[in-house]
Ligand binder design. Structure first.
Ligand SMILES: [Zn+2]
Length: 73
């Protein structure tokens, strides 16, 4: 019996990068950074994967040259 497989990856579209840190909302350590397209263009965001609180949000270079957040830590 074939079932539709659950995706193993946490994201289908962009690569999420594990971030060291502590969520200010829930105290969790499961943070991930990834680019999102929102008002004002691309943003590098770090979100808690537990409660989805935004920990950090920085403007990203507009044309896709994504700087890994690890270089900023
Ligand atoms: Zn959290």
């Amino acid at each position: 019996m074939q079932h539709f497989p659950r995706p193993q990856d946490r994201s289908l579209a962009v690569e999420r990068e594990p971030i060291d840190g502590t969520c200010p909302e829930c105290g969790g350590h499961d943070l991930a950074g990834y680019p999102v397209l929102s008002e004002g263009g691309w943003w590098d965001v770090v979100k808690c994967q537990g409660c989805l609180a935004s920990v950090r949000r920085n403007p990203a270079p507009p044309l896709g040259s994504f700087t890994p957040l690890s270089e900023l830590v």
